[in-house]
Design a protein around this ligand. Structure first.
Ligand code: APR
Length: 297
């Protein structure tokens, strides 16, 4: 069933039946799959929305193609575009949205089993979702390290570098560096130090072990809610196909994506996630608590 704005009343019925299911005894383990669409209302552009998406607006960084900004081999040669973007995206100036606070409510009601997120903005943590419930499948800006020797780099120094727009370099004397040499300000030859990169999963890098370790737990899912993602990037996107037949799958997104809607009892709610989440909270009788949770962020 695909319910868009024009069938709002039908959508209302679906949200009412979803709320009833969530309050039933059979719905114990809720799993989430989150993408950049849940942070657009916080002022962070998503990647692929036409016009507003990041990939439509990176032309000014003169990249060979937009995704290059998150490619490890391109970053090794040209770290500048990523660090220009990092300055705009760096956590600290963005506030969680109602949708992030809804995730926190699911946890406080002991319904949240695991929140798989592709987002690197750490807004789930900022909203108060317990860290143990969050799998940041594409890493985050929370920590950083040298890409050569993997030595962690100081948080305060990183914040300063990103703010100044300078490129942080490894300070580990034992680091072999990039293998290239360069002349320092005294004209002496010295090894070029390794680049520091936030622990964000770039194209060409593997996803964190905790992502792979969490995949088998999807068989315990009674409800999977997919929000704000185009389900373009694998292996993350494949999670939606791994839940068992008896698990109810719900899409909350501006557009239909992936195979959501193909299973008989899938529920597809097209629209802005904050609005749909608010309707769902109302049906659940959580509207006050949602508002309070959000005001506390
Ligand atoms: N409410 C609901 N859906 C929204 C909203 C909103 N307010 N804003 C945007 N969307 C939808 C878009 O329609 C789109 O389907 O969210 C989705 C965002 O898709 P992408 O921009 O592709 O973001 P995402 O799916 O998170 O990208 C996945 O791609 O570049 C890599 O690693 C990066 O994690 C990222 C991955």
């Amino acid at each position: 069933k695909t319910l868009d704005e024009s069938t709002a009343n039908a959508r209302g019925d679906d949200i009412a039946s979803l709320a009833r299911y969530m309050q039933s005894k059979t719905c114990r383990n809720v799993f989430l799959m989150l993408g950049a669409g849940i942070s657009t209302a916080a002022g962070i552009p998503d990647f692929r929305s036409p016009d507003t998406g990041l990939y439509a607006n990176l032309a000014r960084l003169n990249l060979p193609y937009p995704e290059a900004v998150f490619e490890i081999n391109f970053f090794r040669r040209h770290p500048e575009p990523f660090y220009m973007l990092a300055k705009e995206l760096y956590p600290g100036k963005f506030r969680p949205t109602l949708t992030h606070s809804f995730v926190r409510l699911l946890a406080s009601k002991s319904l949240l089993h695991t929140c798989f997120t592709q987002n690197i903005d750490t807004l789930e943590r900022r909203a108060g979702v317990p860290a143990g419930k969050i799998i940041e499948a594409h890493g985050s800006f929370a920590t950083q390290r040298c890409i050569e020797c993997k030595r962690p780099y100081d948080d305060e120094k990183m914040k300063k570098a990103v703010k100044e727009g300078s490129i942080p370099r490894c300070e580990n004397a034992k680091c072999k560096g990039t293998g290239k040499t360069r002349r320092n300000e005294f004209g002496e030859e010295e090894k070029e130090r390794g680049l520091v990169k936030p622990d964000i999963v770039f194209f060409g890098e593997g996803l964190p072990d905790e992502f792979h370790r969490a995949i088998p737990t999807l068989r315990e899912a009674d409800l999977l809610i997919v929000m704000g993602t185009s389900l373009t990037v694998r292996p993350f996107a494949m999670l939606a196909e791994l839940v068992r037949e008896g698990c109810l799958r719900v899409l909350i997104n501006l557009e239909k994506v992936g195979d959501l809607g193909d299973r008989e009892d899938d529920i597809v709610c097209l629209g802005k996630c904050d609005e749909i989440v608010q309707e769902l909270a109302r049906e659940l009788g959580w509207e006050e608590e949602l508002q309070k949770a959000w005001e506390a962020t």
